[in-house]
Ligand binder design. Structure first.
Ligand code: SAM
Ligand code: SF4
Length: 334
């Protein structure tokens, strides 16, 4: 196992980070992510937990040392804690440095202790507003109170929390400073995200798009943002906020192309591997996984997929333009 070659793409980037969407279903319908009437993947197409575990383990053998479970909402998949516990063994034996989760927080009160016990030490929670009515209008089906209880439970379980906030023009753009102060008081880091053109939604994304360069300018009127060398190998660029003591990240796929240091690939709950969030090309890993009990075919399929990793995405948000890719963020998990 130690001798298996690492995953390197045609541009010399080492792939060390796997994001797994364990379900495309969700108990929210965030306006920028989904349409209200969604068609989800047929349940029989889903990989079992044993199959997902086998797939993740194949990537870990090839040097993936960071794994994030996402969705859809990962915590609404029935029995998900079984998979998380099982993946925790790779933390225990040192193959995995980081096992984490991105969640909307709705089920966190139920699962926070289990997540900590499985070896998770930090999670990302999406929270776009601290105003209950606004929160509901953004998530359509979400309840702010439930998410805040979930975040509190995660904090008391010992999990470090990073809040993800999608900046939306005319919706939550004037709440960002308050969110930053709240995160400071609660001890959470905050990452702001530009809306990305993935999947059809009601309305025009050009109406939602708020460049983070403008947000940053506005925040600087109130806060001292100190450039930081902090790096996660991911797309976020971080600053330290002097007044609150926490970190603030910016994910700016539209105003700044972050692809040159890309270290990740994305697996869906049906075993499709997307080599880039912003491109349609994908490799089927379910067929080689199911074709034999040993992993030889799977390893070859993973190697072939790496050869197809593109240099970067082609996102643009133009008025009335079709989305850059047809699938929703909930399929690949962001
Ligand atoms: N349901 C979980 C959650 O909301 O955290 C995990 C999946 S969600 C697809 C992952 C992240 O993607 C969330 O932070 C969400 O706000 C973000 N997201 C979804 N659609 C997006 C879009 N079109 N542009 C930018 N971010 C998006
Ligand atoms: Fe669900 Fe997350 Fe998409 Fe919101 S962003 S609809 S919580 S998957």
């Amino acid at each position: 196992m130690l001798n298996m070659p690492k995953l390197i793409d045609p541009f010399g980037r080492r792939i060390s980070y796997l994001r797994v969407s364990v379900t495309d279903r969700c108990d929210f319908r965030c306006v920028y992510c989904m349409s209200e009437q969604m068609t989800f993947l047929p349940k029989p197409d889903l990989l079992s937990f044993e199959e997902l575990d086998r797939l993740c383990s194949a990537f870990i053998r090839r040097g993936v040392d960071k794994l994030r479970l996402t969705g859809g909402e990962p915590l609404v998949r029935k029995g998900i804690i079984t998979l998380i516990r099982s993946l925790g063994r790779h933390l225990a034996d040192g193959a995995l440095k980081d096992l984490t989760l991105t969640t909307n927080g709705s089920q966190l009160a139920r699962f926070a202790d289990d997540l900590f016990a499985a070896g998770l030490r930090r999670i990302n929670v999406s929270l776009d507003s601290l105003d209950a009515a606004k929160f509901q209008s953004i998530t359509r089906w979400g309840k702010l109170e439930q998410v805040l209880c979930g975040i509190a439970a995660a904090k008391s379980a010992g999990l470090a929390i990073k809040i993800n906030m999608v900046a939306l023009k005319g919706v939550n753009e004037h709440e960002i400073a308050d969110m930053l102060s709240w995160c400071g008081r609660e001890g959470h880091d905050l990452t702001l995200i530009e809306t990305m053109p993935l999947g059809m939604i009601e309305g025009d994304r050009a109406d939602q798009y708020l460049p983070l360069s403008l947000v940053r300018q506005r925040l600087q009127e109130q806060f001292t943002l100190v450039e930081s060398a902090y790096e996660t190998g991911g797309p976020a660029r971080y600053v330290q906020v002097r007044e609150t003591g926490n970190k603030l990240g910016f994910i700016t796929p539209l105003t700044h192309n972050f692809c040159e240091s890309c270290n990740r690939v994305r697996l869906t709950c049906t075993g499709t591997l997307y080599m880039c969030l912003g491109q349609e090309d994908a490799a089927d890993l379910r067929a080689p996984l199911r074709a034999s009990a040993n992993d030889q075919l799977l390893d070859t399929a993973i190697d072939n997929a790496m050869l197809r990793k593109p240099r970067g995405h082609d996102f643009i948000i133009a008025r009335e333009a079709a989305p850059a890719v047809q699938r929703h963020m909930s399929v690949t998990g962001g």
